[in-house]
Write a protein that binds this ligand. Structure first.
Ligand code: ADP
Ligand code: MG
Ligand code: ZN
Length: 501
């Protein structure tokens, strides 16, 4: 070969070799990159969670019992034309046992369980969140009876904020809505979701046929905390000085997850000491560690609890004094914020006829929390702002819409009536204030008159944290009704409870 020929060969082959090498490297990298297909959906194992592992959530469990029964034997229900809710939303603060509850339902009902956390969807590449949801539902349908569980729904389900750039978020949410709507005919697939805050969820998710059954999972009360501690110390050798009741009393405001954490830390302390049993001292140390890790706000001081107890006792006692208008279902000083609370439903014009006296009674009940605070502690906290909003709303409607003010009886002075003179407007506003003041004075007077019953109720609340309607009747059995409402038309449902954050 002449030098020229060698040169030609090199010129031809070198680039080929070069590109060949690059090709090989490329192929190798591509193979090691994760496939951009959603990972296969697999049935989750729920073997280690049973109904009895979920403690202190009796109300939620009772509500969900029906779902368990249905999944066990759906034909029994469908034969009679019964329909079971398709979408069930568990909502409540973090760590209260929503995920635990969903797993327990799956285990108990024997249904196949497909779960995914919505927070994982939003971290995925474009389009994958939606694909994953599609897959999840397809798989569940194929393997019915099944439960699809979407945890941490807030991650995709929060209301869309005015045309942002969250396309991935929207695609995922839309796919979820499509799937929820798409299996209306199926009776053997149930969707469950978990969310920390109901208010933040996109309302589209809560529409009929979607997550239309909502179950509140609340932080545990005294007996609930004791039950949770019992579950989490089941497999731990406890020394005889350990009193779970005392521990429960000292952990007001803590969630199940935090209590589980305390039980675990206590065992660790004991093990490090080389002890054979977990002692009360270990729990003390564990509690201190867990509590210091929490925000201050979370711990309810004894003083705060007293104020709360009187506040809620005020509402409940006043509701009792007002007779049958507002039967109290439950009073509690646990579970502040989020949907629990003084939830009475204002009568609407077209459904009930209500008298002026009845509206005043409702106002007295709403103001009684604040009045009790003033009566007992001589000052009020900022806790009553929610109550005041409600009262303002009632007073406004009485004056503006129902013509129930004395000065302008039988005349309505609606806000949208522009023909009103300045003078009329002033009168209207002062009438509203007068009604509110009147109701507040009455609330103060009645609570003062029944101070003994108020103390009794507040003490019972401090003792048990939650009192149901029956117990309330027993406690207040001898206290006569003081309502002026002539007759009651319809009732207003009332849950007096920790209604403010
Ligand atoms: P959430 O989903 O509401 O945030 P989790 O179900 O994840 O709460 O709870 C975390 C852990 O805390 C559970 O695995 C369990 O160990 C414990 N826990 C929480 N609530 C309860 C409860 N009600 N009963 C027993 N354990 C609980
Ligand atoms: Mg969870
Ligand atoms: Zn209140």
């Amino acid at each position: 070969m002449s030098w020229g020929e060698i040169q030609d060969t090199i010129v031809i082959w070198m680039p080929l070799l070069f590109f060949g090498a690059i090709l090989v490297v490329l192929l190798m990298t591509v193979r090691s990159v994760p496939r951009t297909k959603p990972a296969p959906v697999e049935k989750d194992s729920v073997d280690n969670v049973s109904w009895s592992d979920v403690a202190g959530l009796d109300e939620a469990k009772e509500e969900l019992e029906e779902v368990v029964e249905f999944m066990r034997d759906s034909k029994r229900f469908t034969r009679l034309g019964a329909r079971i809710p398709k979408g069930i939303l568990l909502y409540g603060p973090p760590g209260t046992g929503k995920t635990l509850l969903a797993k327990a339902i799956a285990k108990e009902s024997g249904a196949n369980f497909y779960s995914s956390s919505a927070s994982a969807f939003v971290e995925m590449f474009a389009g994958l969140g939606a694909a994953r949801i599609r897959k999840l539902f397809a798989e569940a349908r194929k393997n019915a009876p099944a439960i699809v569980f979407i945890d941490e729904l807030d991650a995709v389900g929060t209301a869309r904020q005015g045309g942002g750039f969250h396309r991935e978020h929207d695609q995922t949410l839309n796919q979820l809505l499509v799937e929820l709507d798409g299996f209306g005919g199926r009776e053997d697939v149930i969707v469950m979701g978990a969310s920390n805050r109901l208010q933040d969820l996109d309302p589209a998710l809560l529409r009929p046929g979607r997550f239309d059954r909502q179950v509140h999972v609340s932080p545990p009360d005294l007996s609930g905390r004791e039950a949770i501690l019992r579950v989490h110390t089941r497999s731990k050798p406890l020394a005889s000085d350990v009193d779970l009741g005392v521990l429960a009393r000292r952990t007001a405001g803590l969630t199940g997850a935090e209590l589980a954490n305390i039980a675990n830390e206590a065992a660790i302390f004991a093990a490090r000491r080389g002890a054979g049993q977990v002692h009360m001292g270990d729990f003390d140390a564990a509690m201190e560690r867990v509590l210091t890790g929490l925000q201050k706000r979370r711990i309810v001081t004894e003083k705060e609890q007293r104020i709360l107890a009187y506040h809620e006792a005020g509402h409940a006692l006043m509701a009792h004094l007002m007779g049958d208008l507002m039967p109290v279902q439950k009073v509690t000083i646990i579970g502040r914020g989020d949907a629990l609370g003084l939830a009475y439903y204002l009568p609407t014009e077209d459904r009930y006829l209500h008298t002026k006296e009845e509206f005043l009674d409702v106002m007295k009940v709403a103001l009684a929390g604040r009045a009790a605070e003033e009566l007992v502690f001589g000052r009020v906290t900022n806790g009553a702002s929610n109550d005041l909003e409600k009262v303002t709303d009632i007073a406004r409607r009485m004056v503006f819409e129902y013509g129930m003010s004395e000065v302008a009886a039988a005349r309505t002075m609606r806000a949208d009536n522009y023909a009103l003179s300045e003078e009329t407007k002033r009168m209207r506003d002062s009438e509203q204030a007068r009604l509110t003041d009147h109701a507040y004075e009455e609330a103060m007077r009645l609570l003062g008159k029944h101070r003994g019953a108020l103390d009794r109720l507040a003490n019972a609340l401090l003792e048990k944290e939650t009192i149901d309607g029956e117990e309330l009747k027993e406690l207040l059995g001898d206290v006569a009704v003081e309502s002026h409402a002539a007759e009651t038309v319809g009732t207003v449902r009332l849950v007096a409870g920790a209604d403010h954050e």
